[in-house]
Design a binder for this molecule. Structure first.
Ligand code: NAD
Length: 333
């Protein structure tokens, strides 16, 4: 199949390389608002280059991959749906809830498959945790701890259009929390701080945050994250149940050192970016997308799933700003 990819930045270049390696993909054509970026990525990977989005959409593609900045997602999904082209779009769907809801309405009215890129759903550890929760092996779940700690912050220009820490970063934890537990969040209390570079605060954002979420079965989930974790890119989840517990992301690469004498685990090299932490998951995710395009599987992460995760992120942002508990029902359903 021939795939058009728009957005040749950090994740776009990475997805272009992944797509290029998939058996189901014959050709990838790359574009970016900054044409020179697309040209460089296309040249480096031996792909086709298009001077703009419209040329990609009109260029006889079977599928469309959106890896542009978040602020461009809603418009690009709209164009792809109008052209009837199956689409994969990076998270989040839009910068705000109203726009996200408009996209959900548009996509659900159409029969164009739109797959949103929450790659943790394709990570074998999270899948194992989900299976153990669903089987009852862990008993009832009382607590979950989830974290997304980036080794170093993205550039200031990225923060300007990212939507803020909860919508950009911990939104992955919110999505995977729903995926692993099969439950919905009913309330949140969140807080955050800017202790790193001042540009976060200048954009009204934070570089570290924590949230306490209550799920609809009274499970408590503590979600935390930072943009400054020099020990490594550290993404984990602990699921603690009445009969057992399980940890996702606890392996030789975990960016932690034990304080106990004689304990050498974890002894491996920590991950430094989301690319090395989730490489196999990104490959599985885009492979799944090609199956969606081929019509052999249902969309594994829908715009409605993305809306639910976004509502939790919005609730956390409101909670942080107003320093109060926010009920999910306050955030437009
Ligand atoms: N799933 C994940 O793990 C993950 C990881 C990183 C980023 N992301 C998401 O991917 C998206 C891109 O992030 P990034 O880190 O690659 O950002 P980036 O800033 O490195 O790249 C964004 C690219 O989009 C281009 N762009 C902006 N507006 C455009 C438009 N209207 N049309 C075409 N191109 C346009 C920019 O020129 C830039 O090259 C964001 O939405 C982000 O949330 C997801």
């Amino acid at each position: 199949m021939r795939i058009g990819l728009v957005g040749a930045g950090r994740i776009g270049a990475f997805h272009a390389a992944t797509l290029n390696g998939l058996a189901a993909v014959d050709q990838v054509v790359v574009a970016d608002a900054d044409a020179s970026r697309a040209e460089v990525v296309a040249k480096d990977l031996g792909l086709q280059f298009a001077p703009g989005v419209d040329q990609v959409l009109a260029g006889g593609i079977d599928a469309f991959v959106i890896a542009a900045a978040t602020s461009a997602h809603a418009e690009l999904i709209g164009k792809a749906v109008a052209a009837g082209i199956p689409t994969f779009c990076e998270k989040p769907v839009a910068l705000d809830l109203a726009e996200t809801q408009r996209v959900v309405a548009l996509v659900e009215k159409s029969d164009v498959p739109v797959h949103i890129g929450f790659q943790r759903r394709f990570d074998l550890g999270y899948q194992a945790a989900r299976d153990q929760v669903a089987s009852g092996a862990l008993g009832f779940i009382h607590h979950i701890r989830a974290n997304t700690n980036d080794a170093f912050p993205p550039p200031a220009e990225y923060i300007a259009t990212s939507g803020g820490f909860f919508r950009d970063c911990t939104v992955h934890d919110f999505d995977i929390l729903r995926f692993v537990t099969g439950r919905e969040v009913v309330s949140v209390f969140a807080t955050g701080a800017n202790r790193g570079e001042p540009f976060f605060g200048e954009y009204g954002d934070v570089d570290a945050a924590a949230a306490l979420l209550t799920l609809d079965d009274s499970t408590f989930a503590a979600v935390s994250g930072t943009r400054y974790n020099a020990a490594g890119h550290d993404v984990r989840m602990e699921v603690l149940g009445s009969l057992g517990s399980i940890a996702v992301g606890l392996d030789e690469h975990t960016a932690l050192k034990s304080a106990e004498a004689g304990v050498t685990f974890p002894g491996g090299e920590p991950h430094t970016t989301f690319m090395d932490r989730f490489r196999p998951a990104y490959v599985a995710e885009l492979t799944a997308f090609t199956e969606v395009v081929a019509g052999t599987r249902a969309v594994p992460c829908t715009v409605r799933d993305a809306l639910q995760a976004f509502r939790i992120a919005d609730a956390c942002e409101l909670s942080r700003r107003e320093q109060r508990v926010v009920l999910l029902e306050e955030i437009g359903a």
